[in-house]
Structures are given as C-alpha cells and as structure tokens.
Design a protein. Structure first.
Length: 332
C-alpha cells in the first residue's frame, strides 16, 4: 500500500489538503468501527443507563417551577405547555432560575434558549457553563408581541417603549415607526407591561403579550407587531437530577476541543460515522479565558439506540472538556 502522505502519490500538490482530509475522515470512521468492540461504558454512560431505568415513565403534570419575570411572562405560557398545573416561583433574572434549581427551591426551571427571529439567548449559554443541571424537556412556543399602553394613551403620544432585549430585537423593523421614541430594555416583557401600568406617565408603552394587557389593565394598541410572521421561542425545562423520559430523541452537550487544525472536524466526522444528525452547533467564549470557546451541540438520536451509546462512550476521546446537558423530548 502506498503512503497516503507521500506527495508523489498525488497528481499535483493542490490535491494534498483534500487527500489529507479524506485520510483523516477514513481514520475517524475506522476508530468508530473499532469502538464497537473495544470501548467499555464510561461512568457517564452508566449514569445515563441508570436514569433511563429509574425515571418515571410519565412526565409530571404538576411541579414547583422557577421562571424569570412576573405573571404574564412568556415563560409562564411555556410552563403551561409543559405542566398541567405548575406551581410557579418567579425570579428576578435568569441566574435566579438556575440558582433556585441548584439549591432545591424548585424541582424544575423553565428558561428561553433561542428564538427563530433573534437567535440564541446568550446569557443562558453562559450560565450553562456555571451550573450543573440537566435538560429534561423542551417546548417551542409561538410568540406574538403586542404594543400595550394605558387606556388614555394614543399611539402618537408614545415617547418611550419598554421591553426585553430579545423582544426589541424581534420587533426591530416595527420600532422604526417610532423614530422619536426611546427604546428601553428591561428584565422581562411582562415586567415592561407592569412598569407601564405602574407609571404616572401617559407617553410610555410596552412590547409584551396580549395576556399581559389583561393582567395589568393595559390597552392593546396593536397586536402581532413582531417582524416575522412565524416567531417562535424554544424553552428548556431543567432539573438538578438526571431524568430521561421514554421517547427522548434529542441530546444537548457542550465541549471544548484542542487548538489544533481539524479538532472540531474530527468531532463532526464521528457524528457522521454514527449517522447522527447534528441540528445545532454554536460557540460561546468561556468566561475568564482569552479566546477560548465552548461548543454547544444539539443532536438527534434515540436515547435507547446503539449509536447514541456509542457516541456518549466516545466523548472523552473527542473533547478536552465535556458536559452532558441531557436527553429529552421537544413539545411542538
């Protein structure tokens, strides 16, 4: 067999990098094939298998749940999609939700992860690196923003509009209709509605759900003002305990790789070898580290499948640091 690294085996030097890529791919495929016979279950895989057996067969209908915001928040609507009768504890910020779960104040926490218009909620990804938790379910919620104001306020009177930064981003084109208005970000869309209701001003408005208008006695000036007709936010439900419910077919993880050419490619090649669909890949800078990044992955694989177990058994080999975030079902 000819040496594949020998330049004389190629028609010209321009093909060298392509052939090296092909060779590396073959090596990764071979490693995966060998792993079926040589790898033993890691401590993580043993824990995952135990969770599959010990988790109740039905997701709970009621639970103590932490959410960020105040009544009327979109997270409250997400809770209603996940649980029939959630007992909601409202937190001031996203970190408060993680802390409530971490300290055992609530069994679950519900948090927005990404939006179809505005993209990922970066603060959530940063907090994922800080806290130990597991995603046990997710839900996709349609989000319609309304322009709300006091009953004596007209559209032409508005000089300041309050909302969460994600909602502001989702309504960027619409807000151009108010060139003289100040756009002010706050902790939550529902909090924005409450601020307007409690204000003694008649020139302020909020971007929030129509439900907030009913809760805080505000007038609906315009509804569905977001820029996209199909505006969805994906919420995750987290727990301190690893819970894997029947039918789980999505897995989330975070990892770092070495600073060498092809390190990330080797991870992706192994997913390809296992025929595992990668439907999200995102990088975030690691706090307190210069130019060091954590990669976030969402993959599709039935938690009971052989390829899922093979993937999880190879994580130590593929990454420098690895964090398993959970396997779950997404409610649509």
């Amino acid at each position: 067999m000819k040496n594949i690294n020998n330049k004389s085996t190629f028609a010209n030097e321009d093909m060298e990098s392509y052939n090296r890529l092909l060779y590396n791919t073959i090596v990764e495929l071979e490693k995966d094939h060998e792993s079926k016979f040589t790898l033993e279950d890691t401590a993580l895989v043993k824990k995952i298998k135990a969770a599959r057996e010990e988790t109740p067969k039905v997701f709970p209908e009621t639970a103590q749940v932490a959410c960020q915001g105040v009544p009327g928040a979109y997270a409250q609507q997400a809770c209603g999609r996940l649980f029939r009768d959630p007992q909601i504890m409202y937190m001031k910020n996203f970190e408060g939700v993680f802390a409530a779960v971490d300290q055992g104040l609530c069994h679950y926490g519900v948090l927005p992860l990404e939006n179809s218009t505005a993209g990922s909620v970066n603060k959530i990804y940063d907090l994922m690196m800080k806290y130990d938790f597991y995603i046990v379910r997710s839900v996709r919620l349609r989000v319609d923003h309304s322009l709300l104001a006091k009953t004596d306020t007209e559209r032409k009177d508005i000089r300041e509009i309050f909302s969460h930064e994600q909602a502001i981003s989702q309504c960027e084109d619409y807000l151009k209709q108010f060139p003289a208005a100040k756009i002010t970000a706050c902790e939550n869309t529902a909090e924005a509605a409450r601020m307007v209701a409690d204000s003694d001003r008649n020139d302020v408005a909020a971007l929030a759900s129509g439900e907030c208008g009913q809760i805080y006695g505000l007038k609906l000036l315009e509804e569905a003002v977001q820029d996209g007709n199909r505006n969805y936010t994906r919420f995750i439900c987290i727990s301190k305990d690893m819970e894997i419910y029947p039918g789980a077919d999505k897995t989330s993880m975070m990892l770092t790789v070495t600073h060498k050419p092809g390190s990330l490619f080797n991870v992706l090649a192994r997913f390809y070898a296992l025929d595992i669909n990668l439907f999200k890949l995102e990088s975030r800078p690691i706090p307190d580290k210069d130019f060091d990044f954590m990669f976030y992955f969402d993959v599709e694989a039935n938690v009971y499948s052989d390829k899922f177990i093979r993937m999880m058994n190879q994580t130590d080999e593929l990454s420098r640091d690895f964090k398993y975030l959970g396997s779950y079902i997404e409610v649509i």
